[in-house]
Design a protein around this ligand. Structure first.
Ligand code: KIV
Ligand code: ZN
Length: 497
């Protein structure tokens, strides 16, 4: 029996449907590249008919990745399928993912139709998709609440029409693990041509069952799993890639394999969290900040005696560096260079000098500098000088004070100054910046996150602004969150061409 589980990553499609987490094409390409390094088999790159941005992202991701299959989502609608096929034209390996609702809720209340009509539409969508590509996946939306006999009829018909993968989504996250596993087993045992297609799981986490349901599906015969990094997705999210992969890796008795390079898991999790501006909950399995932290004395003692006393996963297996080395203001260039090399950054002498001077500046404000701080410093160096730079910032705020900010920025060698007031120091500073740059920009999202802990921590700020219908993203990190906020705002404004 085939023990290979294909990993279908839908971070860039189902994951990206989370309100406020939209990515631009460049960010999607960066994530797609990292997903390729991680070793996913299929990347669902978007829903091309939904917007020109989504269409373009599928085109660009198709041009970028070599190994994974690039997949585009459609409804069972001719125009959707034609547009998806067009968006995939540059993909080395391509798949159209089409489908329709099959539960009574969807058939009657959403689609205002009946079972026979839905079956015909499902077959027609697969046949049309097969005219464009050889690899067609069919999803039976809300399969979790679809009666098994009808589901089996639909699945048999779409496989006959040419579907190579059949996706059984628990769209509403309603199923219990036993129930979902039995549904997959029912299809294995009652669809005569099931051996002609791969069965895929697609579980949502509304009852916190997504990972358990996915594993139940695998045990019953599914050989593809649809997952997202950090389990992001609509409502309570989708099945998390890292949980399924590490559950399979940790339980040798299950005897399944994936092509995932698990050492890339943490890096991928951080990239997705940063670009989507979606913090990972500290106690999240595998990738949460506390996932490998032992705080009680008894546990610490036990781990020191033998890691396996309290750890079922070696942190190094998911790319968590065991001992985060801490640098301080007394650390020299050689120590900094050495640590940066371990983190994967190579700098020439001049660049290193710049990073070192910013390192000393940060070390003066924050006692201990950890790997995450270094990644921010190194990342900023690699990005180069921003087009609009913050020269100085003075804010006045506090109880019974009208918050006022004076902002000085340099642009193309000239320095401009502006003062404004607002309902707080950040509002005042942003108003001053808006008056300075004389562009109509609207702040769409604003997120401040501490990197590690402690009141002396670096604050990371992500902003999303809108200008003439387009979105621009900005990022900065600083121990002063007002400074970080203004720099992130300027970073986003600087991207407007
Ligand atoms: O949850 C779901 O049913 C989906 C389909 C579009 C595959 O995301
Ligand atoms: Zn979904």
């Amino acid at each position: 029996m085939d023990k290979k589980i294909h990993i279908f990553d839908t971070t860039l499609r189902d994951g990206e449907q989370v309100p406020g987490c939209q990515l631009n094409t460049i960010e999607k390409i960066e994530i797609a590249r990292q997903l390729e390094k991680l070793g996913v088999d299929i990347i669902e790159a978007g829903f091309p008919i939904s917007s020109p941005g989504d269409f373009n992202s599928v085109v660009e991701i198709s041009k970028t990745v070599e190994k994974p299959v690039v997949c585009a989502l459609t409804r069972a609608v001719d125009k959707d399928i034609e547009v998806a096929a067009d968006s995939l034209k540059f993909a080395k390996r391509k798949r159209i993912h089409t489908g329709i609702g099959t539960s009574e809720f969807h058939i009657k209340n959403k689609l205002k139709s009946n079972r026979e009509d839905i079956l015909k539409r499902a077959v027609a969508a697969v046949k049309l998709s097969r005219k464009f590509v050889d690899d067609v996946e069919f999803y039976a939306e809300d399969a979790g609440r679809t009666e098994n006999e009808y589901l089996a009829r639909v699945i048999e018909a779409v496989i006959k029409a040419g579907a190579t993968v059949v996706n059984i989504p628990d769209t509403t996250g309603y199923c219990l693990p036993g129930e979902y596993g039995e549904k997959i087993a029912f299809l294995v045992n009652n669809v005569p041509n099931i051996d002609k297609a791969v069965i895929s799981t697609h579980c949502h986490n509304d009852l916190g069952m997504a990972t358990a349901n996915t594993l139940a599906g695998i045990i019953s015969g599914a050989r593809q799993v649809e997952v997202t990094i950090n389990g992001i997705g609509e409502r309570a999210g989708n099945t998390s890639l890292e949980e399924v992969v590490m559950a399979l890796k940790s339980h040798h008795s299950l005897d399944y394999e994936t092509g995932i390079d698990t050492k890339q898991i943490m890096k991928t999790s951080k990239l997705v969290s940063t670009l989507m501006r979606m913090p990972v909950q500290p106690n999240k399995a595998i990738v949460g900040r506390n996932a490998f932290a032992h705080s009680s004395g008894i546990h610490q003692d036990g781990v020191l005696k033998d890691r396996q006393n309290y750890e079922i996963i070696d942190p190094a297996d998911v790319g968590v560096r065991e001992s985060a080395i801490v640098l301080t203001a007394r650390s020299g260039r050689a120590a900094l260079k050495h640590r940066l090399q371990i983190l994967g950054y190579e700098f020439g002498n001049d660049e290193l000098e710049d990073v070192y001077s910013r390192f000393l500046d940060l070390a003066d404000r924050k006692k201990d500098i950890g790997d995450e701080d270094l990644e921010i410093l190194a990342g900023r160096e690699k990005k180069g000088k921003p087009p609009i730079e913050l020269v100085s910032l003075q804010v006045m705020c506090g109880k019974s004070t009208i918050p006022t900010a004076t902002v000085q920025v340099s642009f193309k060698g000239d320095v401009f100054t502006e003062t404004a007031s607002g309902n707080g120091p950040i509002d005042a500073s942003f108003t001053a910046v808006k008056n300075l740059v004389k562009r109509r920009v609207r702040l769409e999202e604003f997120l401040i996150q501490a990197i590690t802990r402690g009141s002396d921590d670096l604050g990371k700020v992500h902003v999303q602004i809108e200008h003439k219908g387009d979105n621009y993203y900005g990022f900065s990190a600083h121990t002063d969150i007002v400074t970080a906020s203004v720099e992130a705002f300027l970073d986003a404004i600087g991207k407007i061409s």
